[in-house]
Design a protein around this ligand. Sequence first.
Ligand SMILES: [Zn+2]
Length: 318
Amino acid sequence: MTISPRITDFADGISAIDTEYVRPMMDASHLIVNGGRAAFVDTGTGHSVPLLMAALEAKGLQPNDVHYVLVTHVHLDHAGGAGQLMAALPQAMAVLHPRAAPHMADPSRLVKGSIAVYGEDLFASLYGEIRPIPEDRIRIVQDGDRLELAGRTLEFLHTEGHARHHYCIVDHGSGAIFSGDTFGLSYRDLDTEQGEFIFPSTTPVDFDPAAAVSSVERLMERNPEAIYLTHYSRVTDLRRLANDLEQDIRAYADLARGVSGIEDPVSALEQGLRDYMYQRMDRHGCNPDSAWREKIIGDDIRLNAMGLKVWLARQSRR
Ligand SMILES: [Zn+2]
């Protein structure tokens, strides 16, 4: 069987590769190519690695040309394939946040936590085999650190809010930022005549609304040309999107505070988030069909509700 990855090419040697996680155009890995050298930004799951290797070949590159595997954060839809990918790329260094590195050197806790949520079978079908990365192939980056890819500067910013083990990458070669999940989610399915549609990812277990807003502002201070999200790839109407995101983050936190103390906060939150999101989608002119909307954002609503519940519980322990 030949593997044909879904590749979207942008300017400045940047491409999005669909990791085919859950559905098409849901989860992207990005490839940066500069002066014959390459870096992957996020890897998808264990199942995505053959797609990434096929994309590399389609670009006329060899495994040895890849110098970096950059993992924005260690949620398994972005980092699950990192160990397998590293094994296929003999010259690459895995570049990790200090809080992410221990989990990639020994992914057993990540795997255990995820199996607790999904069960063994669903875990295997979603994420595949999670391999550790040998410690001597891990490079830890602090906030503000820079690396060069054939003379192209990549700068790392630690950005909390979505996850405490998250960094974003400022690409000085293109003027763009690779934001992982820090700049929210913007599926291309939700683009309309009004442009791109965005909303926050408040998944368990680290979501922090104040930090999430500061991180969005920190990215915007860099005046990026474009932002590349994992879900899904390039967005450019950044002022408006940053405003929408900040409003949403505050509204989500208010929704969470509103259900504090009730019996079943997660289902109340799901309902509240669904109502809020559907109103926003109506205003944005998105397809009104509720089965279609459920397919596109249903999983995110459930994960976001769970993450908000975890945040609420943390608040009440303070
Ligand atoms: Zn994430």
